[in-house]
Design a protein around this ligand. Sequence first.
Ligand SMILES: *Cc1c(COP(=O)(O)O)cnc(C)c1O
Length: 424
Amino acid sequence: MSNYHIDTKCVQSGYKPGNGEARVLPIYQSTTFKYDSAEHVGKLFDLQAEGFFYTRLANPTVDCVEKKIADLEGGIAAMCTSSGQSALLTAVLNLCGEGDHIVSSIAIYGGTINLFNVTLKRMGIDCTFVDIDAPLEELQKAIRENTKLVFAETIANPALVVADLEKLAKLAHDNDIPLIIDNTFATPINCRPIEYGADIVVHSTSKYMDGHAVALGGAIVDSGNFNWDNGKFPGLSTPDESYHGMVYTRDCGRAAYITKARVQLMRDMGMAPSPTNAFLLNLGLETLHLRMERHCSNALAIARYLEQNDKISWVNYPGLESNKYYGLAQKYLPKGTCGVISFGIKGGREAAVRFIDSLKLCALVVHVADARTSVLHPASTTHRQLTDQQLVDCGITPDMVRMSVGIENEDDLIKDIEQALANI
Ligand SMILES: *Cc1c(COP(=O)(O)O)cnc(C)c1O
């Protein structure tokens, strides 16, 4: 549906019912599919015929959602996974093995830091974390002979650092390696990283894409733009003995990366999404464009309200003119950034806890990026084992409140914040 606006793609892309078929994407809750001849099934296995044979590899419901996500991001194909974490793991393992190295922004999701810093290291894949605000020449120093990719988040969770996508794409491409971008917080409504040079886009669909906090999921989108046949990626450009000698770059053309991810890694690691979760994700995607607009307008209104409130010591939201990343946000995210804000309450830890406990509409949950406004006090929950000094060292201050602004009415949310602030 490449000629339509993204709003129309959210609603209609992916599923194309035939004459007399269900108008709404059906849930194919079946692990397996029936065929009339062994010859046909053989062709499916050889990728010479298109079709489904086992839901771990592909499923009609999941397939439609993958087509929609690829269309939204402007990629050639996508693969859904059971969670954002499994999408990230697969995106990296599709290019790296023991002895390889990756370069990642330090400002990323905590779970991804652990994946890169602990689990991948244990598998022999080394990671250098960099401050992506540094100039290109500085970042170049992190690249080694065995570096296979550069990774960052469009808008970092939870630091809200906005990535200079064109700079990172240049860093990667100057070194003949791909740029992988986690676009979870921006969503393709607010930014499509492929348009700025990203080669692979990854999502935790558990956040805004699902939007209702009902289904974990992840997605990998292939731009089809990277030339894998440059000698750095033998896994893609030499025969895969586990798939009777297939050479992905030769046999799959622009879809080399995403085909390998599916027929090799999904086959072997099995982090497949359930068809019912894919159905729920598709329902979320149908309203993504409407919800993102409201998340962003509510968050901006609240950020502005907090900024001029004398009980608040600081506000971090890249949509504010005063924010360090305002310029980058204007360039890459002109329609809005996301619904997540962080801010500090005067009076430190105790005041922050009292504020959170006094909220009535905004609920205390660990999740972010769904329709309901939620808050978290990292110092007393996710990071409660750390001392005040350790908190400061990892960028989390004792007074910090993280708010994921939902799609309720803006005045109701501000009133709730106002009454909670009055309580401290
Ligand atoms: C939540 C999140 C993840 C992890 O996704 P899950 O679906 O929870 O596995 C990865 N990256 C970002 C930016 C996230 O916000």
